[in-house]
Write a protein that binds this ligand. Structure first.
Ligand code: 5RP
Length: 223
């Protein structure tokens, strides 16, 4: 069993009957979703709220019942992957392009669990280029403002065209090299008018499930 599968499946232990679950996006949480699909077949009753169209389709294939914000008051638990995790459990997310819905769902969740293989654990955030979701209108100006904050924005591409998010926006992947104050940067980025959201998740993760050299499963918790 690979690392992603181990940590992904472990997160399913936190899921209880009757819960509303935020369903993350990516290759690690894929294993959580697969496990949840099996548990649902065995009688577990949950409702999932997906963070992307990709996850929505996967959840349907796995037989996980879905819901929407129209139908619920709260999310009990959200489970998602990350691109980087620092010792304070601050994150970079959005490598899969789903950062906006991921952040809306993580914020709405009573508990937010992150599943991450050991390569995601870093001392300082910033080696992974920070995804910033922007509206197409005025993106040239938005790029300039991102550069003024110290980033090197690259417009994300897919099949030779600008990558479009599920929300119809573009993504600038912004190399900052070292992000020493993620809290301030998260706020500064979102003050740029053309920025919809950025991939810094500061103070949001309650539990991070990973592996380390000494323990099979390492659970870092904020609570
Ligand atoms: C998608 C994300 C993912 O959670 C992140 O990219 C990690 O993905 P993976 O588990 O495939 O490494 O933020 O927008």
């Amino acid at each position: 069993m690979n690392e992603k599968q181990k940590v992904g499946e472990k997160a399913a232990d936190y899921v209880e009957d009757g819960m509303v679950i935020g369903l993350g996006t990516g290759s690690t949480v894929f294993y959580t979703l697969t496990k949840l699909g099996q548990l649902v077949q065995q009688g577990l009753s949950i409702k999932g709220i997906p963070t992307s169209l990709q996850t929505e389709q996967l959840a349907r294939e796995l037989g996980i019942p879905l819901t929407t914000f129209n139908e619920i008051d709260q999310i009990d638990l959200a489970i998602d992957g990350a691109d980087e995790v620092n010792p304070d459990l601050h994150l970079i997310k959005g490598g899969g392009g789903a950062l906006l819905r991921e952040k809306i769902i993580a914020k709405a969740a009573d508990t937010f669990i992150v599943v991450a293989d050991s390569r995601k654990m870093v001392d300082t955030l910033g080696s992974f280029p920070l995804p910033v979701e922007v509206i197409p209108f005025g993106m040239e100006m938005t790029r300039k403002y991102l550069e003024e904050l110290g980033g090197s924005p690259q417009l994300r591409q897919k099949n030779g065209s600008a990558y479009l998010t599920d929300n119809g926006h573009y993504i600038f992947d912004c190399s900052f090299q070292t992000i020493t104050n993620p809290r301030d940067l998260e706020i500064d980025l979102n003050l740029i008018p053309g920025v919809v959201e950025n991939g810094l998740f500061v103070g949001m993760a309650d539990i991070v499930i990973t592996l380390d050299l000494h323990k099979e499963i390492d659970i870092n918790s904020r609570k």
